[in-house]
Design a protein around this ligand. Sequence first.
Ligand SMILES: NC(=O)c1ccc[n+]([C@@H]2O[C@H](COP(=O)([O-])OP(=O)(O)OC[C@H]3O[C@@H](n4cnc5c(N)ncnc54)[C@H](OP(=O)(O)O)[C@@H]3O)[C@@H](O)[C@H]2O)c1
Length: 264
Amino acid sequence: MKLGFIGCGNMGTAMIGGILKKGTLKKEDIIVSHLTEAGAERSRKLLGVAVTLDNREVVKSASVIVLAVKPQFYEEVIGQVKEFFTPEHLIIGIAPGKTMSWLEEQCGQPLRIARFMPNTPAKVGEGMTGMCVNERMSDEDIRIVKELADSFGRTEIVPERLMDAVVAVSGSSPAFVFMFIEAMADAAVAQGMPRKQAYSFAAQAVLGSARLVLETGLHPGELKDMVCSPAGTTIEGVRVLEKAGMRSAVFEALTSCAEKGKRM
Ligand SMILES: NC(=O)c1ccc[n+]([C@@H]2O[C@H](COP(=O)([O-])OP(=O)(O)OC[C@H]3O[C@@H](n4cnc5c(N)ncnc54)[C@H](OP(=O)(O)O)[C@@H]3O)[C@@H](O)[C@H]2O)c1
């Protein structure tokens, strides 16, 4: 199987990095396109895959095509390549709001289409990808595309109506987690900890907490209660976060993300 990426920025690089690291495909099996020579040079250096500035070249030489440009450029790049799509092609969209029926309509013919909503932790093999497929995808097609997504983290197949929720809860949320880590580290720096060390402490605390949720299956509230000794330090922090409306802020932020995704 030959895999092609139209556009290869943050997300494309993270996905291909995972695919190569896991050995799902070899460098020779992957081709990516760029808008600029600078981008092309970056992919040559970072990934070592075949690179072109001609999007049509990607479609002509690969059978699985990932549309990895920003959502506002989807229409333009599909317009450039659609005459080269054949029934052998399998198309994967990764943009919020670009539904499978919209993609098929833009491509102008019945095609096997999947949508991934990955996230940047894919870069270190810890991605979370929501995936949905259209009715033309066979079980074998689904196996092939899921194997790709599994190369850079966990994958769950969801109905398309949940893709906007996925955009919020795992596509965008790493940005909020990074803000949280940065804020925690700032506080540690204010207490005198060197900055680099503060990032390690904060990030490992987030990583370990996430693993506790995933590996114990315990309710996050129960895990929180286990940290809060009576009259201790943690419950003081909980009081401050509740007063500042932390839960509500997170709830509203993710709702805004999902709503924005629906409008794209
Ligand atoms: N970033 C995330 O966390 C995330 C998460 C989930 C989904 N996504 C989705 O992933 C997609 C890509 O996002 P990104 O963050 O990777 O964007 P990005 O870093 O800006 O990368 C966009 C890539 O598209 C290329 N490009 C732009 N116009 C092109 C054209 N006409 N022909 C060919 N290539 C073109 C750029 O080429 P140059 O390198 O030459 O400039 C660049 O490599 C978006 O649809 C986004 O919604 C992103």
